[in-house]
Every structure is written in C-alpha cells, then in structure tokens.
Design a binder for this molecule. Sequence first.
Ligand SMILES: [Zn+2]
Length: 110
Amino acid sequence: MRLKTYLKKNDIVEVISGEEKGKRGKIIKMLYEREKNRIRAIVEGVNLHKKHQRPRGVDQPGGIIDIPLPLPVCKLALICPKCGQKTKVRREKIENRRVRICKKCNEIID
Ligand SMILES: [Zn+2]
C-alpha cells in the first residue's frame, strides 16, 4: 500500500479529533513511516510535550522546553488559505502542474 496524503509541509491544519481537537498550526515536518504504514505530521504549537534539555552553552542554558510531537495525518484537516475553512482537496492537472483545489471555494491552493 502506498502512503498518501494531500497534506504538505507548511500547510495550516486543524486537529479534528483527540485531546488537541480544534487547535490550529502550521505543518513543520511530514514523517513518512513506511515500516509502520502511516504518515504523521509535526504541527507547530500543537501536541506539545515537555522535554528536559541539557545545557548547550551560553545561548542554550537548558531546562524544560515544549516540543511538538507528531500527530497522525488522519487527525488533521487542511485549512484552506483562500477561504479559511476546514476543507478537503481534489487534485487536478493544470498546465502540466499538479495542483490541489479546495472543494469548498474551488480555488487553487498550491
Ligand atoms: Zn477554500
């Protein structure tokens, strides 16, 4: 089975299930975990967990920091940058370019 998602790095997404439901943020990293047959995404400011960090010199004194842990993409919905709604996309080929189109406002998202 191929791993597929319509989400990409830098998309704004909203969490649609679980404890973090309703939170929004930008995808800062996509994780394609083929061996586990799943795709997860790290979303800025969402699913934060405390982590102890060792001091790494003057600029990074260490202490407890919040780091975002990955969420399965099935828990995320894309927020369309054109209409601002939670949406799904369809894929089309326009002038030899594969683009994503918002199903709510029909605007090109890519
Ligand atoms: Zn839209």
